[in-house]
Design a protein around this ligand. Sequence first.
Ligand code: ZN
Length: 305
Amino acid sequence: MRLFLILLCFFMVLTGCDVEEAQTYAQKQREMPSDKDPKKSVQAEKANQPKQENPITPESNEQKKEPQPEEPLKKPEQVSASAREQEQIEVEKLKQQTLFYKGLSTQKRVALTFDDGPDRYYTLQILDILKKEKVPATFFVVGNLSKIYPDVLRRIDQEGHVIGNHSWNHPQFTKLSQSGINSQLSRTNAVIKEAIGKEPRLFRPPYGAMNTRVEKQIGSQGYKIIQWSVDTRDWSGRSSKQIVNTVINQVEPGGIILQHSAGGEKLRTTVEALPQIISYLKKNGYEFVTVDELLYVPAYFETSR
Ligand code: ZN
């Protein structure tokens, strides 16, 4: 704005106007009433956020015209080498972790996750969409349904997705005894192993319920506990638009997105929203990976276990 004023004054002087007049004009411009009330303006900004990640404002145009101070010479290869080193340190930290909410913020990657399946209705529709879009995902399945639909587990596995353990019948682990927890984990892993020949190391706690006691118990057995950074609340009967907007507003590099692949007719909007979510993330340069890839942890236990 200051530069604009200076330029304006300069122009006015050249064309015979005095500075005072120029300032009055500029003042009037600032006081012009907006056509949007502040509330609407904020809403519009929010609605436009995803399309305008780096909006070019008049101010930023002006700044570009200003002479920039000379920057000290940098060696690009040194900068990227140190960034790489830093990233490697972060990766090593991830590998040591037991409890996760998201991956590295320096990598524009995202993991789609689907809980509570499998079934033969929504899970299959979700698999069809993922196949068409060539997008991998992670399915946290419950043991009691895995026993009924082993063929769906096999399809999930064969199409390049990863399967995680989501307990046998969806209890709150913080309310279970040590043996109750072990039984939930091992029974579920047994039916998954029977279906696909592999035992998941990724575990998602039902309801996200977790505490230090449970974390230590599960972590000591080699499991990785996977929470999420974006909760679409798709199970609650939200419209597909609301689900998509939740992703648009909350997703960040390294994000883990929570959705569901079974559990009632309200998931119709999960299926409706999925192609739009994928389209948005692709357009914004996100790479889709499975949770194990996102977090640099193994998806399954070694077969010798
Ligand atoms: Zn669940």
